[in-house]
Design a protein around this ligand. Structure first.
Ligand code: MG
Length: 172
């Protein structure tokens, strides 16, 4: 049994995860349009991972007999001045998501709802990884800034990123 406050906050989080998915899909489309196929691939993987995050929360609400309410997803930006801007916005966005996850954990703690606290631990760890990955991408793009061949090679490398469904879902 979860509190109404946490139930509502998790429904809002499902929307936030789906908005993240939509944001990264939009970045993928902008990158692809500009010929950065590897960057587009990287964001398409990100798009799938965000949908996984939403599904983990949906599964959790179902498992505690709380209704999932899918709300409208707000529009996302459609264009970025550069690949570097894209990754910088990604890091800034993930920091906001970290704050949202921390708030969920705070509510669960306050409620002494340790099952929810336990469910949220995966997301707390995931956010450390998300921020670190975005920072690594900023470092990589900054390292080749102004070097067309360097950007070409980096883009080629990003084409190799593949999506693997999280074990949180495959084992569910
Ligand atoms: Mg996420």
């Amino acid at each position: 049994m979860i509190s109404n406050e946490l139930h509502e906050a998790i429904n809002a989080q499902i929307n936030a995860e789906l908005w993240s998915a939509y944001l990264y899909l939009s970045m993928a489309m902008d990158a692809e349009k500009k010929g950065h196929r590897g960057v587009a691939n990287w964001y398409k993987v990100q798009f799938q991972e965000e949908q996984d995050h939403a599904r983990i929360f949906m599964n959790y609400l179902n498992s505690v007999d709380a209704k999932v309410e899918l709300k409208a997803i707000d529009a996302v930006p459609t264009e970025w001045p550069s690949v570097l801007d894209m990754f910088k916005e990604t890091l800034a966005h993930e920091k906001k998501v970290t704050a949202l996850i921390n708030n969920l954990a705070h509510i669960a703690h306050k409620d002494r709802d340790f099952a929810s606290v336990n469910r949220l631990v995966w997301f707390i760890n995931e956010q450390v990884e998300e921020e670190d990955t975005a920072r690594a991408m900023i470092d990589a793009v900054e390292a080749v800034e102004g070097n067309k061949y360097g950007m070409y090679m980096l883009d080629k490398e990003l084409q190799t990123r593949t999506y693997t469904q999280t074990t949180e879902l495959t084992n569910a």
